[in-house]
Design a protein around this ligand. Structure first.
Ligand code: PLP
Length: 460
């Protein structure tokens, strides 16, 4: 008997039709069924905390997880979110998805579903600062340890970092601010050799630019707050499972998937791996128990965003390429970190994994250090000064004075964040206006004496 107020229900697989559709069709149709119920053409916001049962047997079958396609209580799932889950699963090529209240919650649930006290995680040191904080601070409090791999595309570095108690590898397909690109296949192969799943945070790439599950990753997480929702309006996250990792091979490593919830019952793996739902039902159980559920209002806005994902990403990438070309030629710019550039260490990985572009979040270094960077930010008129990425509007920030300000200059240098670094997230405006704004701000950044000296150096 369940002691919970709602079973982890409603976990259906991606729409069958979606498998045959092309990306642009999936992004506008997968998961939605306009004919269902009252015939609303747009997926409705279902604002209901609870859902009525047909009868007592129906209720019982939901709670015992014999019925998976009904809803009970919106903390564990609701019809609006279910459409978005199916659409994301279709776009990533996964078996299914679970929507969460934030990207951070998605990472928490993806990991805590299989990692417990005494376990260990290996992460790329390029990952998002919020994930680093989560692993270093919160997971340490739970007795979960972490090791970082500095050279994320060196398989031996991952091998060396792994321990008998390692339970997951985690990395990002594209990371910021330095626009590094993961060799997904290589790291996935090492993960599988070690016997753990590879979790890829695909936030910056989106499934339009990269589908990590096609390259050996087992689980994808997203901050849907960024390019997927696309308009900077709502926080959200998602866990998408490829259902490729064999949690049955070394069952002693995965007690969460093999321990029955009541004596005599089968564990999640035994019961649901034939449906490719074992891990996802575990994630949904954590969603129900920890409670970081996505509001259907936010899910609705996310769905609207997803419907134009490919159109926006094409414009984001085209604009980013124009800005990169402009900055690369500019005498006041010391370096540009974009994975498509000939001198980028990530160029080969970008060519393999990101044929449609290396995204629109990258950074560049200004001559004149932190002070020139401050003047540059202050002089921007069109770019917004904001700690976000993946908006239709172009954004800029100086990591040394904001996101990375707790670090000393030498600590920042060790993670590749020089004082003069500026991170840009290029939006979908007209590139000519973006270049004009950047050009004027660069000039303004270099109007004082220090900068004039630097300019001489730059020209020398
Ligand atoms: C923003 C972000 C997150 C966290 O997502 P939230 O929606 O802010 O909780 C995780 N990973 C990456 C790569 C991000 O950019």
């Amino acid at each position: 008997m369940s002691t919970h107020d709602a079973s982890p229900q409603h976990q259906t697989t991606a729409t069958p039709g979606g498998a045959n559709w092309h990306f642009d069709t999936m992004q506008t149709h997968a998961g939605a069924s306009p004919a269902a119920g009252h015939g609303a053409h747009v997926t409705p916001i279902v604002a209901s905390a609870g859902f009525t049962f047909d009868n007592v047997d129906h209720a019982a079958s939901i709670f015992s997880m014999d019925t998976l396609d009904s809803f009970a209580y919106a903390r564990a799932g609701n019809p609006t979110n279910a459409v978005v889950e199916q659409r994301l699963a279709a776009l990533e090529g996964g078996a299914g998805a679970v929507l969460t209240a934030s990207g951070q919650a998605a990472t928490v649930l993806a990991l805590l579903s299989i990692v417990r006290s005494g376990d260990h995680v290996v992460a790329s040191s390029q990952i998002y600062g919020g994930t680093v904080g989560l692993l270093n601070d919160r997971f340490a409090e739970l007795g979960i340890s972490v090791s970082y791999v500095d050279e994320q595309n060196d398989g031996d570095a991952w091998r060396r970092a792994a321990r008998p108690e390692t339970r997951a590898f985690i990395a990002e397909s594209i990371s910021n601010p330095l626009c590094t690109v993961l060799d997904t296949r290589l790291v996935a192969d090492v993960a599988h050799e070690i016997g753990v799943p590879l979790i890829v945070d695909n936030t910056l790439a989106t499934p339009y630019l990269s589908r990590p599950l096609e390259h050996g990753a087992d689980i994808v997480v997203h901050s849907t707050t960024k390019f997927l929702a696309g308009h900077g309006a709502v926080i959200g996250g998602a866990v998408i499972d490829g259902a490729t990792f064999d949690f049955g091979r070394e069952p002693e490593k995965w007690p969460a998937l093999h321990t029955p919830s009541s004596p005599g019952e089968a564990g999640l793996w035994e019961r649901f791996s034939p449906l490719r739902l074992a891990y996802l039902l575990r994630v949904r159980a954590l969603l129900r128990d920890y409670g970081p559920s996505a509001s259907p209002f936010n899910a609705f806005l996310l769905l609207l965003g997803i419907e134009t994902l490919s159109l926006r990403m094409r414009q984001h990438v085209a604009n980013a390429r124009e800005v990169v070309a402009f900055l690369s030629e500019h005498p006041l710019v010391a370096a540009v970190h974009y994975a498509e550039l000939p001198d980028s260490a990530w160029r080969a990985a970008a060519a393999t994994y990101l044929p449609n572009g290396a995204g629109s979040v990258f950074s560049f270094e200004l001559h004149g250090g932190i002070e020139a960077g401050k003047r540059f930010i202050a002089a921007l008129k069109l770019f917004s000064h904001i700690a976000n990425i993946g908006d239709v509007r172009s954004l800029a920030i100086q990591p040394a004075s904001t996101t990375h300000s707790p670090l000393t200059e030498s600590e920042r240098a060790s993670v590749g964040i020089p004082a003069g670094l500026i991170r840009l997230s290029i939006g979908i405006e007209d590139a000519r206006d973006l270049l004009a704004d950047l050009s004027a701000a660069l000039d303004a950044a270099h109007t004082d004496t220090i900068a004039r000296d630097t300019r001489k150096e730059a020209h020398a």
